[in-house]
Design a protein around this ligand. Structure first.
Ligand code: DQQ
Length: 528
């Protein structure tokens, strides 16, 4: 079990020990970024849930503070569950969270800072009016949770949304208030989708149709060119779905075939219960997501910890399509980049496996581009079935692909995590690009999840290249495709491909050759 100690990440957010889940109440206050999170102070498994709290000046280096909220009232006796922060126009932050009561009823509560002059906001006070909201008549006692950040509308009233379900229909309720004390349930839901089950950790925010800056949910002007994004975390399948649309009294997706549960996900790997916030300093919207372990609970107990958060991601609407988001690691991450290896113009013949000298390590930031191959050069194309990442993995041989990178790879390749492209021709004559992150050979250890994650992108690349960015940090590999059109996060547990024995390879298992245009690999320093 010696390898377990090397699974701890070096620059991802994680507490020193024990269990973490959802990110809660991210915000910026008086010079500091704050993150709270669901935390079990007593063990490396879920339970006794509190809000732990850390602060940072740069979203990269974090300082842990004391627990912000613990179960100490009847209305949150079984746990201080997920919620959000809202910074009011006068600068005062408030927290809304779900308490699981002494009778397991989900109730919405509020907490405010004890001392507004403390930029670290170390002490929080639960207001005497708690609980502020109880489940409304048609909603089950345990189907009412995770209040959003509040947003101010032109009628001068604040709105929040809360996730719920009726039968198997997942939905987002809306409450309005003028003072955060008296709340009225709006007749109309924000949105609902049949068959999606319980909606957890709903998020709702505007995105600019024209610019690259983020928007403060409460400052959208009536005629501003915006779209709205609705996100729900589906309890039934543990995926975060988002959909882009318009908002007046309720939310309407632009494309009903891409509604919650049907269409787009923030991430096609392991990623859940995410939450965004608006950073007023750099005018950007930032996404945090929880990444659970894929090893066994016993391993978590041996490690003494479980779960990490993704590198915070800047999130904008893709102005080319207007229908999907682009995600990218916050630029501050680049301050950790150290020694760099660059390779250029390497032709990868069918079957090629090229070790990237000087690029070994467990902490890497990698950017690579491949020339989009001339798919029209073949006279006769072999018949192609729909490529599904989880069926073939990187070992399957195709025509154009699989080609890409191996990271955390042993010299003899008995351990390797492959991230790769696979191009296929659809019966309608269109070429599509599938991207996969293959954990199936990532570890010799037993009892871990070996799913091959992936996503097929309909849209052909507008540029003549295919690109990947990989953030490798011991037991996590975060993949960003093209300019952030899609993301895939994997958890991997190498037992021998560790540190200087963890290598990077370029490979091409397709029949046709592929040109790697530019590869840059940076060693990343630790933040702890
Ligand atoms: N986790 C919290 C809930 C939320 C769930 C409890 C999502 O409030 O619905 O730890 O992971």
């Amino acid at each position: 079990d010696n390898y377990l100690s090397s699974e701890r990440t070096a620059f991802h957010f994680q507490p020193e020990r024990n269990w973490m889940n959802d990110p809660n109440g991210p915000m910026f206050y008086k010079g500091y970024y704050h993150i709270f999170y669901q935390y079990n102070p007593d063990a490396a498994v879920w339970g006794n849930i509190t809000w732990a709290h850390s602060v940072s000046k740069d979203l990269v280096h974090w300082h842990p503070l004391n627990l912000a909220l613990v179960p100490d009232h009847w209305y949150d006796a079984e746990g201080v569950w997920s919620g959000s922060a809202t910074v009011l126009p006068d600068g005062k932050p408030v927290i809304l969270y779900t308490g699981s009561s002494n009778e397991s009823v989900q109730l919405q509560n509020m907490a405010v800072p004890e001392d507004l002059s403390d930029p670290l906001l170390r002490k929080w006070v639960k207001v005497p009016q708690n609980p502020m909201l109880v489940p409304p008549p048609s909603i089950g006692y345990t189907d009412f949770r995770d209040p959003t950040t509040a947003w101010l509308e032109s009628d001068g009233l604040w709105r929040i949304s809360i996730g719920a379900k009726e039968g198997t229909t997942g939905l987002a309720l809306v409450y309005k208030t003028s003072d955060f004390l008296d709340w009225t349930l709006q007749n109309k839901f924000l949105h609902k989708v049949a068959g999606t089950g319980m909606w957890e950790c709903v998020d709702f925010y505007p995105v600019s149709l024209t610019g690259k800056t983020g928007l403060d949910t409460s400052k959208v002007q009536v005629n501003q060119l915006v779209k709205y994004v609705l996100k729900a975390s589906l309890d039934d399948n543990k995926h975060d779905y988002y959909t882009v649309g318009v908002y007046s009294t309720d939310f309407l997706p632009d494309d009903p075939t891409k509604d919650i549960g049907l269409g787009l996900r923030y991430d096609y790997g392991k990623f859940y219960a995410s939450k965004t916030f608006y950073d007023p300093v750099q005018e950007r919207r930032i996404l945090w997501g929880w990444v659970n372990e894929s090893d066994s609970e016993l391993d978590d107990i041996k490690k003494g910890w479980a779960s990490v958060q993704t590198i915070p991601r800047t999130l904008v609407l893709d102005n080319h399509t207007g229908s999907n988001l682009l995600q990218w690691p916050i630029h501050e991450l680049e301050s950790l980049r150290g020694d760099k290896v660059v390779k250029q113009d390497i032709l990868l013949d069918g079957g090629a496996m090229v070790k990237v000298d000087g690029a070994s390590g467990s902490q890497l930031d990698i950017e690579v581009t491949f020339k989009y191959p001339d798919v029209h050069k073949l006279d006769v194309l072999p018949e192609q079935k729909e490529y599904v990442c989880s069926q073939g993995g990187a070992a399957e041989r195709g025509v154009f692909g699989p080609f890409g990178l191996l990271v955390l790879a042993a010299n003899n390749l008995v351990e390797q995590t492959a991230v790769y492209f696979y191009l296929t021709l659809r019966p309608n004559g269109k070429w599509v690009t599938t991207v996969c992150s293959d954990q199936s050979r990532s570890s010799l250890a037993k009892g871990i999840d070996r799913t091959v994650y992936g996503i097929t992108i309909d849209k052909p690349p507008t540029d003549n290249f295919l690109s990947l960015r990989l953030i490798v940090d011991h037991s996590i590999v975060e993949t960003f495709v093209q300019q952030g059109i899609a993301c895939i996060t994997s958890r991997v547990y190498p037992t021998i491909a560790i540190e200087r024995d963890a290598h990077v390879f370029l490979f091409n298992n397709g029949n046709e050759s592929i040109t790697m245009q530019t590869l840059q690999v940076w060693q990343m320093s630790s933040t702890y």
